[in-house]
Write a protein that binds this ligand. Structure first.
Ligand code: HEM
Ligand SMILES: *[C@@H]1O[C@H](CO)[C@@H](O)[C@H](O)[C@H]1NC(C)=O
Ligand SMILES: *[C@@H]1O[C@H](CO)[C@@H](O)[C@H](O)[C@H]1NC(C)=O
Length: 508
């Protein structure tokens, strides 16, 4: 008898869970929009959540299957979203009628310290004020002075490489996982430019900043698990008052910034980094940002910059080793710039002069779309119409919008032969052929990426330094086909970004 009761209880629970997992699936009923049949729990995202493919490839496929519809419904886990497959509509929603869609949906329901204070999570007026506070921090002028800090970290990275190359047999070069190298670089750059702290992860790989920083990123281990849990069952997460981040670790970063601000105030110290820029704009703006609100903006670097910047160097290096002609042409440009500097170190303005570098990076961001998609939340009802005024869809408050960046970047209607790495797409002659709002590596409109200058400066600066000294070549462990082999949400081969760096003769 007991056995029967237990069996019934389990069965009952299973039915409840199934019901719950599919409870949102009628979201598009009667709303006149095409959508693909979702699966329980995973919606239309199962393949990448279960690591059978990459998020990029999955979204591109979904876009390909549905692109005859200008808008289409989809389910991300249990959450219904409305995807915009048409560039003109993207422009309407992200720019012209931005007022109706001013926020990102909050993807986590949690009263997490710092998380809700980050610019990307802020909403409406509060977001606007913070965005205005931060915009002057990321201008070209500010980046110019920050570049010197970056250059120091590049130097330490290169020193590390030259140590490795001395240890290797002559001519063979260094075989390394570029991602490991770039993670260290990313870390040191964030420490110095955002937190005002000098660390050298090449010499002391186990430094405190690196350890604590890594334990806070979402992309792996228990952090990823807690993150997923907060998305899948937000109510459970809230009910038990669970936290994604460990409080002590968060406190470490808060102290770092708060103490630095105090120390600088007292000793009148200037250092061209985020802390200083935030201190300045705090004074100018008369916004009373709390310490947490300030620290949260430094924190963004871990989530927005760490992985993206490192991956961008990796994907670009991979393309350069696969396309020796492009690498050679880029090397010649880099060489030219080096000569024009007459022995001086690289500057922000010299980086801006590298035209071919910009084309290569642009194409890298096109083909290897690091942000596969972005989103918006409808905060005022909105009727979407076609050019001729016919109604396409009624957006209601709370509707989530998906912008399929990777779908557009891999659509041969906009980018012929999307698999081909072709920097010429971004040449002066051909740039004008690009269809507006189809190339969106940093998003679009007032809510776009605020850190794009920082990212480009870092990646171009590092590639300059790398190419001037090394030729990037294939190693036996180099990934064969990244598009096929990448899995999950992080565009990276499972075994790592292995490649070989062969020293060039003319090292100065
Ligand atoms: C290659 C590197 C990067 C890529 C591909 C990237 C991409 C993006 C994308 C697609 C968005 C969403 C834009 C939209 O919804 O329209 C975004 C937002 C954002 N990014 Fe980046 N990003 C990068 C680096 C950085 C860096 C270095 C920072 C440093 C501060 C940063 C800070 C932010 C912030 C704060 C937002 C939210 C802006 C807002 O809500 O107002 N990103 N990024
Ligand atoms: C800033 O804070 C002070 C004291 O906490 C308060 O009197 C003032 O109104 C605040 N200003 C703004 C702009 O919120
Ligand atoms: C989507 O279609 C394009 C052609 O427009 C193709 O090149 C691309 O590989 C397709 N994406 C996937 C994931 O199959």
């Amino acid at each position: 008898m007991v056995c029967l009761e237990i069996c019934l209880a389990i069965l009952g629970l299973a039915v409840l869970i199934y019901k719950w997992s599919t409870a949102t699936h009628n979201a598009f009923d009667g709303r006149g929009v095409y959508f693909e049949k979702p699966r329980p729990f995973f919606g239309n995202m199962g393949a990448s959540i279960l690591f059978r493919t990459s998020f990029q490839k999955q979204l591109s496929k979904l876009y390909n299957r549905t692109k005859q519809y200008k808008i289409v419904g989809l389910f991300s886990f249990r959450t219904p979203m409305i995807q915009l497959n048409d560039p003109e509509i993207i422009k309407k929603i992200c720019i012209k009628d931005f007022d109706h869609f001013p926020n990102h949906p909050s993807f986590i329901q949690s009263n997490e310290r710092l998380l809700n204070d980050m610019l990307s999570m802020m909403t409406d007026q509060r977001w606007k004020h913070m965005r205005n506070t931060l915009t002057p921090v990321f201008t070209a002028a500010k980046m110019r002075s920050m570049f010197a800090l970056m250059d120091d970290s590049f130097g330490e990275c290169l020193e590390h490489l030259s140590g490795l190359s001395k240890g290797s047999k002559s001519g063979e070069g260094i075989e390394l996982d570029m991602k490991v190298l770039c993670n260290k670089l990313s870390n040191d750059l964030i420490a110095t430019t955002a937190f005002g702290l000098k660390v050298n992860s090449f010499e002391t790989p186990d430094n405190e900043f690196y350890r604590i920083g890594q334990s806070l990123t979402f992309s792996r281990g228990s952090q990823l698990f807690k993150f997923m849990l907060s998305i899948i069952v937000p109510k459970v997460f809230l009910f038990f008052n669970l936290k994604i981040f460990n409080g002590q670790k968060v406190e470490y970063f808060v102290r770092l910034v708060v103490d630095a601000m105090k120390y600088r105030e007292e000793h009148n110290i200037n250092r061209p980094d985020m802390i200083q820029l935030l201190m300045e704009s705090k004074k100018e703006n008369e916004n009373n940002w709390t310490d947490d609100e300030i620290v949260a903006q430094c924190f963004i670097f871990f989530f927005a910059a760490f992985e993206n910047n490192a991956n961008l160097i990796c994907t670009t290096s991979l393309e350069l080793l696969e396309n020796p002609d492009i690498q050679q042409r880029l090397y010649e440009e880099v060489k030219e710039i080096q000569e024009s500097l007459k022995g001086g170190s690289l500057t922000y303005d010299a980086v801006q002069k590298m035209k071919y570098m910009d084309m290569v990076i642009s194409e890298s961001l096109r083909k290897w779309t690091l942000a596969a998609a972005t989103d918006r939340l409808c905060s005022k009802d909105y009727t979407l119409t076609d050019e001729d005024g016919t109604k396409l869809f009624d957006f209601k408050v709370g509707d989530r919008v998906n912008i399929p960046i990777v779908g557009l970047h891999w659509d041969d209607q906009y980018f012929p032969e999307p698999r081909k790495f072709d920097p010429e797409r971004f040449s002066d002659e051909r740039k004008n052929d690009l269809v507006p709002y189809t190339y969106l590596p940093f998003g679009v409109g007032p809510r776009n990426c605020i850190g794009n200058r920082y990212a480009l400066m870092q990646v171009k600066g590092m590639l300059y330094n790398l190419l001037i000294r090394y030729k990037i070549e294939r190693s036996p462990k180099t990934v064969k086909d990244l598009w096929e082999e990448a899995r999950g949400f992080n565009l990276a081969p499972k075994a790592g970004y292995w490649m070989r760096l062969v020293p060039r003769k003319q090292i100065n």
